[in-house]
Write a protein that binds this ligand. Structure first.
Ligand SMILES: CC(C)(COP(=O)(O)OP(=O)(O)OC[C@H]1O[C@@H](n2cnc3c(N)ncnc32)[C@H](O)[C@@H]1OP(=O)(O)O)[C@@H](O)C(=O)NCCC(=O)NCCS
Length: 170
């Protein structure tokens, strides 16, 4: 795979909107109309990324509280075009690196519906730990749903990085 993670622009919105509306995704991921995406793109809190394989986009991720003073960032939304083929973990691993390299974030978290086993497995594979259930934290299709909160902390990310990319001591 010739993978690259790019900051998305408004020209990527048709792709992002089509991907969040993927078949079967209605039950697992939120979706916004174009106006809401455009608002988020410029509000200073959200950062949009698209993962490309060569020149073909394979998925997107939207982060919230990007570079926040609290040093906590949230993966607000992530989806790939073709699930179950490892694309999600490649995309998310690149997103995680961007967060910890480009910002001072200490904690990166993500919320998912507890029955989204595919997502949980992919997130665990790239270093997220399940922390617990946040009751009623997602207002989704008019219903207050519980979310499983997963997170990883900067020291855990540092531990997972390949030795070569760590700064040498002294
Ligand atoms: C969540 C998502 C981004 C993960 O990306 P992905 O490319 O599907 O993930 P991967 O292929 O890297 O990993 C999926 C893992 O789940 C496993 N899996 C697939 N279907 C599964 C299922 N129904 N139950 C349990 N595990 C499942 C796969 O075997 C794989 O694990 P393994 O490699 O250890 O065998 C992607 O599935 C997606 O876009 N889903 C729809 C939208 C969504 O759910 N977004 C997240 C909302 S929080």
């Amino acid at each position: 795979m010739d993978f690259q993670l790019l900051r998305a622009t408004e020209t990527d919105l048709p792709f992002i909107m089509a991907t969040e509306r993927g078949e079967g995704y209605d039950a697992v991921v939120g979706r916004w109309d174009e106006a809401r995406h455009r608002e988020a793109m410029v509000d200073g809190s959200h950062a949009y990324f698209v993962g490309v394989d060569g020149s073909a986009p394979i998925g997107f991720a939207i982060l919230r509280q990007w570079a926040s003073a609290e040093r906590v960032t949230l993966v607000k939304r992530i989806a790939v075009v073709v699930p179950g083929q490892g694309h999600g973990r490649v995309l998310l691993a690149a997103v995680i690196d961007r967060v910890f390299v480009e910002t001072d974030a200490y904690r990166l978290c993500i919320g998912l519906f507890p029955d989204n086993h595919r997502a949980r497995r992919a997130y665990e594979a790239v270093g997220f730990t399940a922390e617990g259930i946040a009751r009623g934290s997602a207002f989704f299709h008019g219903v207050h749903r519980d979310e499983l909160i997963m997170a990883q902390l900067r020291p855990e990310w540092e531990q997972r990085r390949p030795q070569a990319s760590k700064a040498s001591p002294g």
